[in-house]
Write a new protein. Sequence first.
Length: 328
Amino acid sequence: MGDVTAEAAIGRAAADARAEAAGAAVRASGLHKRFGALTAVEGLDLEIPTGRFFGLLGPNGSGKTTTIHMLSTLIRPTAGRAWVAGRDVLSEPVTVRRAIGLVFQESALDRSLTVEENLTFTAALHDVAPRVARPRIGELLELFGLTDKRHVIVGRLSGGMRRALDIVRGVLHRPRILFLDEPTIGLDVINRRAIWRYIDRLRDHEGMTVLLTTHYLEEAEDCHQVVFLNQGRLIGAGSPREMVDGLGAYILEVEGAESALVGAELRARLGEPLEEGEKLVFRIPDEDFPLAALQDQLRARVKGSHVRRPDLNDVYLWLNSAGSGGDR
């Protein structure tokens, strides 16, 4: 009787956890991953509402890919819990895998097969019936501009076309959640832009939740929300627009402020800067700040000064400099 009661309690706890996570496409609580002495992810909390476009940002080695691998059940967390599509990644991995699409950094395509053969094989792996797979393949090839490549050997496609096909492969079975792990890595600017046109079309067409990892921070500007990681720890979160606006109206870059007096005067007026070699980078708080007058005063005292609008790269640099995710 005791075992039955305990089993029932475990079942109720699992049901309660699913119900709690059901409002979010992805939810993680205290997620840790260690590889020997290396801590790749430390105490990560995430909540991604259904249907949102979410960015997981940071430099190489910050824990982005490890997080994706835990959420997609490819590796087990060392500690913590996560739910994807309302299912526990530890106790219900098969159900989680059915609900997700995953586009890896490295292509999963067979370069010796045609485009159609690759997709037909993928459909079979996901138990998509041929009568369903055929029109779905045609629909996606048209959406991604690959209709005329249907019978082409994958190895003969350009890098950009292969990457587009990787994404088609990842959504063929109509997943509820799509993980894109560095989808444009290794592509030139033209192909990166093309891939993002296709991803935008896909989001409009399918309405699925998308979790993106990238170290090209400009690619995340259209995300509904982003989180920044550094050395496995979350150092900031919010909507891209709110985070950029939070830095102030402008960024002032001053080069060659060699005189300690000039540096001290600027710090007294503008606050503590970031230091990048000979360059001091200051945040300008509002639109009404007399920037032109300040630059006139600096002209004879520094090598150069430049004013620009802040972006997500600045957000990351300032978050990192604040010490919330600094070196360990």
